[in-house]
Ligand binder design. Structure first.
Ligand SMILES: [Zn+2]
Ligand SMILES: [Zn+2]
Length: 245
């Protein structure tokens, strides 16, 4: 459970706030020290007009990156808080396994900085984790980040809009087609929420965006259900596309 705001000073007294990356003492439980902060890579311009992948060199606005040209995306943009690197990986792991839930608002603020167009009338939907894996891992961070994004932007939280119908094996080591096959039919709209999705503008939230196979399956399910726009939001975006699962 998140720490209620009123209890935060008490918690700080018992567990003096430290930088989650280097252990440096901090004034509050919710951030990083200045040095580690600078190690986060914030995606900037110029970037692909479809997926916001940063270009290495200066390019005219509106160009599209090679992956988008090869296969036009079904989503309506990707808002990444950071580019995946060692510090952002460690933050994700601290939230995921170390249960540093106090990190979620900071991570969500970094993402929300790229979501200035999102506000009331939008729906923040976390990428679903199958119940078995939820139990196995004990903790699901995507809804936590989605809730914070909702608080920051004014979007409604649709925590159970997407559901996993079957457990999927790890996608690590699989090619693009094999990933798509593994995921096809695995992610669906919760029938109880179908009405909410029709015509909706959706922010699809995850902690890390890797190959995009999982988010593609989510985007397809949302669009099939009539979502008008689906923007993917993640804390750490992997750019080289080659990742251990
Ligand atoms: Zn630090
Ligand atoms: Zn692109």
């Amino acid at each position: 459970m998140p720490i209620p705001q009123a209890l935060a000073p008490v918690v700080d007294l018992i567990f003096p706030p430290r930088c989650p990356l280097c252990g440096e003492g901090l004034l509050a439980q919710t951030g990083l020290c200045g040095t580690c902060w600078q190690e986060l890579v914030i995606p900037g311009e110029p970037a692909c007009g479809l997926c916001q992948r940063p270009f290495a060199e200066d390019m005219p606005a509106g160009l599209h990156c090679a992956p988008c040209l090869a296969q036009p995306p079904r989503h309506d943009g990707i808002a990444a808080g950071t580019i995946y690197n060692e510090p952002s990986r460690r933050l994700v792991l601290a939230l995921k396994h170390g249960r540093r839930i106090a990190l979620a608002p900071m991570m969500a603020r970094l993402i929300a900085a790229r979501l200035s167009f999102v506000g009331e009338g939008w729906l923040a939907v976390p990428v679903p984790l199958h119940r078995w894996r939820l139990w196995h891992r004990g903790f699901n961070q995507a809804p936590l980040i989605a809730r914070e994004i909702g608080k920051t932007t004014g979007a409604d939280l649709g925590v159970d809009v997407l559901v996993r119908r079957k457990p999927t094996r790890s996608l690590g080591g699989l090619g693009r087609k094999a990933r798509a096959r593994t995921l096809s039919g695995a992610i669906a709209i919760n029938p109880l929420r179908a009405e909410q999705v029709r015509g909706a503008r959706v922010v699809l939230v995850d902690d890390v965006l890797t190959s995009g196979a999982t988010s593609d399956a989510c985007v397809s399910a949302l669009k099939r259900a009539g979502a008008e726009r689906v923007v993917i939001a993640c804390f750490a975006r992997v750019l080289d596309e080659v990742l251990p699962g």
